[in-house]
Ligand binder design. Structure first.
Ligand SMILES: Cc1cc2nc3c(=O)[nH]c(=O)nc-3n(C[C@H](O)[C@H](O)[C@H](O)COP(=O)(O)OP(=O)(O)OC[C@H]3O[C@@H](n4cnc5c(N)ncnc54)[C@H](O)[C@@H]3O)c2cc1C
Length: 480
């Protein structure tokens, strides 16, 4: 076997059963939550930082690329082995090493599942605020790599606002700490650079995360609208009123129908859109703010506004939103989820245009939005078995992202660039912008061994861009 020597060396480090290389076993690591697929050469499941370091050193000595992987729920192809190589799955590193309720922080391994961290800290009245809708499955390591958001990130901020420091394995196998246990550390913010770097610069092996006090009171409203435009206008109006709810989520008619059939959250099947608005904080302020939110929602012709009376009702309302993506399988065999962000004032215009694009292309699009952030998730419904469907879907996806950028938005709200959007980078970045990013990548001396073939457009690889432009200007001495 061509790579038997490599596999043997890896087995010595992590143990025989934690090196997977039989083709039938590799198939489950061929994809993540996106539409792209690629088979790795092997999957290695280390249990400690030392093992991760050992695996990196061996892979590098064999000239084989390394792809870090958490739960594989990513939606931009980040965890697939686009250029082959070894997938380093961190899912055995699941220990919560420390919960410090006094300093409100926790130290965790990268494979800890997002929701399990908040469940473990609840007894101290604390939680980890970033809450991707995939939080029952996705890992903290993946959240850090994607700088993930979630419904409650409107008020609380995204992952980078909640990670104080990380232990990382660099491309030469050495172990380093970036950031620490405090909000501010002197020097360059390497922590900030690594968060959101999509596994292209380092592998996170521990994270020190902030914990936030569970709110004293929570109020959740469901505003049901006959028309999408009214719901979109209500979102802009809530934000303009100066209130910052913990969450403002929106779903359109198709998403409602799918979610309702699957989880029976009580959303009316004939609604054009629903808004789920949550206000949290001190009891008194929650009463005042939720009344204001309701007043604003009423200005936009709702069919009905409901308020959850207790935790069970609140759970039920959220179940509809959190189950929406999984439920789309009821409408079509495949969906392609787009992740773009727009200024909230453009919601009415952009949502209307997305509906037009759907009609023009003859492919239904269900919309689920972190609307308060202007973060859109149009889901194009298609059938990959039908000739031409996949190509049309990808083409529409590109048009929607271009639309987001054209109205002053950005290419991704939270899912990263990965392989999915790498060719769209020029929509918003000039060659000089990308050259600056490429120079930064060179400073980590990865030799493109970590997650190659991601983020930068193909044919304008990191090395090409930087060599052509920035390196020549700055001089090699700028790099470590
Ligand atoms: C139904 C559904 C709903 C979702 N909702 C949201 C949402 O609300 N908000 C949101 O932001 N995302 C959402 N996502 C996307 C996804 O869940 C997040 O991006 C999540 O953070 C990925 O975590 P993961 O453990 O699955 O990472 P993976 O998919 O395994 O990997 C994602 C990226 O992180 C890198 N990576 C993973 N672990 C490490 C590590 N330890 N060190 C370095 N790099 C690493 C990988 O190389 C890859 O580039 C959703 C996905 C699904 C399927």
């Amino acid at each position: 076997m061509a790579h038997e020597g490599l596999f043997q060396e890896l087995k010595v480090v992590v143990g025989e059963e934690y090196v997977v290389h039989a083709p039938e076993d590799l198939v489950v690591f061929e994809y993540d939550g996106s539409v792209d697929k690629a088979l790795p050469l092997a999957v290695v499941l280390p249990a400690t930082t030392e093992q991760v370091s050992g695996v990196v050193k061996i892979a590098r000595s064999h000239g084989v690329p390394i792809v870090p992987r958490g739960a594989g729920t990513g939606l931009s192809g980040g965890a697939i082995a686009a250029k082959g190589g070894i997938v380093v799955a961190l899912t055995r590193m699941t220990r919560i090493l420390e919960i410090d309720p006094v300093n409100r922080l926790a130290v965790v391994e990268p494979g800890v599942v997002n929701l399990e961290l908040s469940m473990a800290t609840a007894k101290y009245g604390l939680f980890f605020a970033p809450d991707p809708s995939s939080q029952k499955a996705c890992t903290i390591g993946g959240n850090v790599a994607e700088n993930s958001g979630g419904p409650h990130c409107l008020a609380y901020g995204v992952t980078t606002n909640h990670v104080l420091g990380m232990e990382v394995v660099l491309a030469d196998g050495s172990v380093a700490w970036v950031g620490g246990r405090t909000r501010e550390t002197p020097g360059y913010d390497l922590r900030g650079i690594l968060i959101g770097s999509e596994g292209t610069l380092a592998i996170t092996t521990k994270a020190v995360v902030r914990l936030v006090k569970l709110p004293e009171a929570v109020k959740t409203l469901l505003a049901i609208y006959p028309r999408l435009n009214d719901a979109s206008a209500a979102v802009s109006d809530i934000i303009a009123s100066g209130i910052v709810p913990a969450a403002i989520e929106m779903m359109d008619d198709l998403a409602i129908q799918a979610a309702e059939a699957a989880v029976h959250a009580g959303y009316p099947a004939d609604a054009g859109a629903v808004l789920l608005v949550e206000v949290d904080g001190l009891k008194e302020s929650v009463e005042v703010e939720s009344a204001l939110v309701e007043e604003v929602c009423r200005r936009h012709n709702p069919m009905e506004i409901r308020t959850a009376e207790d935790a069970a009702q609140r759970e039920r309302l959220w179940a509809g939103r959190k189950g929406a993506l999984g439920a789309l399988g009821r409408l079509a065999p495949n969906y392609y989820l787009i992740d773009g962000t727009i200024p909230r004032t453009k919601l009415v215009e952009v949502m209307a245009r997305i509906k037009e694009i759907s009609a023009e292309a003859g492919l239904p699009i269900a919309n689920v939005l972190h609307a308060g952030d202007g973060n859109l998730h149009p889901c194009i419904l298609f059938d990959e078995r039908k000739p031409g469907d996949t190509e049309r879907t990808l083409e529409i996806g590109g048009r929607i992202l271009k639309l987001c950028v054209d109205v002053g938005g950005v290419l991704t709200g939270e899912h990263g660039i990965g392989v999915e959007k790498q060719e769209y980078m020029p929509f918003m970045f000039t060659e000089d912008d990308m050259a600056s990013m490429a120079r930064l990548k060179l400073a980590f001396a990865t030799d493109d061994a970590f997650n190659p073939g991601k983020v930068f457009p193909k044919g304008a690889s990191c090395v090409d861009i930087s060599q052509m432009k920035a390196v020549a200007r700055a001089g090699a001495g700028a790099f470590v």
